[in-house]
Every structure is written in C-alpha cells, then in structure tokens.
Design a binder for this molecule. Structure first.
Ligand code: PEP
Ligand code: MN
Length: 358
C-alpha cells in the first residue's frame, strides 16, 4: 500500500550526483566561522562531494550548548556555492529560517528531528514554503519511533506544493545507554520506503551512531538495504567542533570511508532475511541496554541494603517477582520455562553484583 498523499514525489536528483549512485551530502554539524566553513567545503569538494551541509540554527537539547551562528552564516554558505560550485543545505526550524534561507539562495532545506516531531512547527514551515516549489526539502525522522509522525511531517510539506522532497533517517531517541546515540530501528525507514516507494530516503549515520567509528558500518548497512544516499557530518578539525564533535570525521577520513563502502549495483537488496536480522539486532541492542539499566538499579538497591544491614536475598520478594514475571511472560506468549530461566539468570547476576558491594 503506497501512501496516496505522498504520490507525485519523484526520486531527487541532487546536484552532481549520478543517477543510480548514492547521493552524498557532507559538511560540518555547524557552520562555526567563515574559515572553518570554507576550509571544510573546499576539502570536501576536493574528494568529490557535491552537496554541502552546515547547520546555522542549532536546536540543542540543553540550554548552554552552541546554538549556531544564525543568519550571520548565510553569506558563508553563499561563499561555498560561489567558490566550490557545490549545492548547499541547512536546517530550518522556524518561518524566519525558511525565509532567510530561501532569500539567500540555499538549495536544500532540511528539517531536523526535534522539529519534525512537532506538527505545529511542521505546519508553520509548510505554510512558509508555499510558493517556493523549486526548493528541495529533506525531512529527518522525528525523535520518537513513530512512522505516522514522520509521514505526517512529509505530507504537510508535500501539501505545500513541494515535490522535491526526501526523507533522512537519523535514528530514534530512547532511554538508557545504548551503543548508538540514536536507535536505528531500521524497520521504520523500511516501512516508509514501502509507503512512499518513489521518494528518496537518505541515511544519516553520524547522528545514529554518535561516534565516528560507527559511520562506516552504519553506512554500509544503509547502502545494502536500499537507501539512496548518506548525509555525513564532516569537519576540517572535528576534535575542535563546537557541536557533535565525537561523530564528525575529517574530509580525508570521509574519503577513506567512501572508498571502502561497497555499492552493490544490482537491484536493491530485498533480502527479507537481512531486514529481519536487523530487527533482531535492534531488539538485542535494546535488551542489553535494559539489562545494564536493571543492574545499575540492583546495585543501588545493594547499597541501600548494606546501609540498612539487610540481607541481599529476600526469599519472599524473589518468589513474588518470579510469579509476577511468569504471569506477564505468559500473557506475552512466552513459555513459563523460558521466562523462568531468563529471570533466574538475571536475578543471579543481580545478587552477584549486590554481594560484591557488601
Ligand atoms: C544535524 O543534522 O546537525 C542535526 C541537529 O540533526 P538531527 O535533527 O538529526 O538531530
Ligand atoms: Mn549534528
């Protein structure tokens, strides 16, 4: 079932990107100075990148972070266009950002995850885009793993008359410690692909992984599963970056990554098994994160027991817990024997951790 309201969206042809080849958009998380912007752009152009990204208005989760240079950076992006011939992309989150970017001739506007989460903000942006059908718009997935929220954000932009529209998968927020900064939950962009078959979907491995070492393996998964391209953060001096330092790579490192990535030229990989395996990997990442969180709560309890001179194992509590889990597992279709073995193993490890504290 494809989504009626997203019909009419053609695959994007991005400047300098050969049809059938993965589109590469690269550039720093943030434009920080004219020098840093131009140095990075020139180095990226030299390795063959044709679309440059840099954030000017940075939505930071916590106040006090680097919130971007704002309008002051627009002439820097104009200079990148002039001096390198690259197309330029920046993030817009408000009506003012949209107008300022369009007036400055920015080629591609992307809407970030914190904004695509909010239908009011999306509608304001869509209204501001009315009458600007030439601009290319990319919508990153919302923070929440909710395909409808993402589809709704895309539809609002489509309804504003924009047909040069694509999506960017940047992973989803989740509580607790995970190996990745944002959980990929690959089944969500795969389902988006099914619902909007003609639409370009890019992957942003920088924001999924959160660390530069994950960019290459995540990019390979993206290419192997039919994404149309990659948006990768690259900075001429990543360790000095004012935002997202750990996940940025130098243009030279990016060149190595791009050279090593295998682009399979056959039909898009429709290998159901590998798609399902990715879902298994997602589940296991979550499972391990939850286990780690549980152990940390156990240690907290262990410290409390020590302070109050309580025994580590309290048989009644243990029995109640097992009974409750067996019942819950049963209602989820898990065999009691399996639930029991898993819960015993987890409890055993909790006890071991608490004994260590005594
Ligand atoms: C970014 O691209 O720098 C950014 C802020 O991305 P996201 O909206 O995916 O967090
Ligand atoms: Mn960033």
């Amino acid at each position: 079932m494809s989504d009626i309201s997203l019909q009419g969206i053609q695959p994007l042809s991005l400047p300098g990107v050969e049809p059938g080849k993965p589109a590469i958009i690269a550039g720093p998380c943030s434009a920080e100075s004219e020098q840093q912007t131009l140095d990075t752009a020139l180095a990226l152009r030299a390795i063959g990148v044709t679309v440059f990204r840099a954030g000017l208005w940075k939505p930071r989760t916590m106040p006090g972070g680097f919130e971007g240079v704002g309008d002051r950076g627009l002439p820097w992006l104009q200079a990148v266009k002039r001096e390198t011939g690259m197309a330029v992309a920046t993030e817009v989150a408000t009506v003012e950002h949209v107008h300022a970017s369009i007036d400055a001739g920015i080629d591609i506007l992307w809407i970030g995850a914190r904004t695509s989460t909010n239908p009011f903000a999306m509608q304001d942006i869509a209204d501001a885009l009315h009458g600007h059908e030439d601009v290319t718009v990319l919508v990153k997935n919302p923070l929440n793993p909710d395909l409808d929220l993402w589809l709704g954000a895309l539809q609002r932009i489509r309804n504003a008359g924009i047909t040069r529209l694509g999506a960017v998968h940047r992973g989803f927020s989740s509580a607790g410690e995970h190996i990745y900064r944002n959980n990929p939950q690959w089944h969500i962009p795969f389902e988006l692909r099914r619902r909007a078959p003609g639409m370009t979907i890019l992957c942003d491995p920088s924001h999924i992984g959160g660390k530069r070492q994950y960019i290459e393996p995540l990019s390979q998964i993206a290419l192997d599963t039919g994404f149309d391209g990659l948006m990768i953060e690259s900075h001429c001096r990543p360790d000095e970056a004012l935002s997202d330092s750990a996940q940025q790579v130098t243009p030279e490192a990016l060149q190595g990554i791009l050279q090593r990535l295998v682009v399979r030229s056959g039909a898009p990989v429709e290998d159901e098994l590998s798609l399902l395996r990715q879902q298994i990997d997602d589940c296991d990442h979550e499972l391990l994160a939850v286990l780690a969180r549980r152990m940390s709560v156990s240690r907290e309890i262990g410290r409390f027991k020590k302070a109050h001179n309580l025994r580590v194992v309290q048989p009644a509590r243990y029995q109640d817990m097992i009974d409750a889990r067996l019942q819950e597992g049963n209602s989820l279709g898990l065999l009691p024997d399996f639930t029991q073995r898993v819960m015993q193993a987890i409890h055993e490890e909790s006890v071991r951790q608490q004994l260590k504290l005594l």
